[in-house]
Design a protein around this ligand. Structure first.
Ligand SMILES: *[C@@H]1O[C@H](CO)[C@@H](O)[C@H](O)[C@H]1NC(C)=O
Ligand SMILES: [Zn+2]
Length: 182
């Protein structure tokens, strides 16, 4: 209990634009058996989680745990995304850069999956979430985990799904490296 509280507080002390480490929300380390992702990747795929939104670090921590539990129930090996964006404007590490995600069959070995926590079928994510995702993409390029000429797409551009919601997709179309095809 004491440990958990310390980790929550750690979440508070991170500056905006920094990645909140997985260890601050998930006590279970990533299995060494998960397939590695060899960067830099050419593709960024945007998702939404189709869960409630979260607006502060405690809510987001709970949301992350629920999303991971749901993914494990659905027989994923861990949380299915590389990173998640909280409604608190923070970037949360899921699998991170070095592990292959499990959310876009046929593209997982060449992509980073970023999920916006919430449901954006009926409205746009708030500006702090959009900004956090753009910052994360910049971090990926700076760390050479993402090619500078990457392609940005919504999940629905890789398979028949509503993800990441029509409002978020329309927003992505205005971003510099969005492309009609993955
Ligand atoms: C992107 O850059 C990489 C590495 O510099 C290059 O191999 C690739 O052809 C480029 N892709 C596009 C679509 O320009
Ligand atoms: Zn998706």
């Amino acid at each position: 209990m004491k440990l958990q509280l310390g980790l929550v507080l750690f979440g508070f002390t991170l500056a905006m634009g920094q990645i909140v480490p997985r260890g601050s929300w998930c006590p279970v380390p990533i299995s060494p058996r998960l397939p590695r992702l060899v960067g830099p990747v050419r593709l960024i795929i945007i998702h939404h989680t189709v869960t409630a939104s979260c607006f502060n670090p405690q809510q987001c921590l709970l949301a992350l745990r629920q999303i991971r539990a749901d993914h494990l129930r659905r027989k994923f090996r861990d949380i299915g995304y590389n990173f998640l964006i909280g409604g608190d404007g923070r970037i949360y590490e899921g699998l991170g850069f070095g592990i292959r995600d499990e959310h876009a069959p046929n593209y997982n070995s060449q992509s980073i999956g970023i999920a916006f926590i919430g449901n954006f079928q009926s409205g746009l994510p708030p500006p702090q979430m959009l900004q956090a995702a753009r910052t994360l993409i910049q971090i990926g390029v700076q760390r050479r985990q993402v090619l500078p000429n990457y392609t940005l797409v919504g999940h629905c551009q890789t398979k028949a799904t509503a993800c990441p919601g029509k409002h978020l997709l329309e927003e992505l179309k205005k971003w510099p490296r969005w492309q009609p095809k993955p």
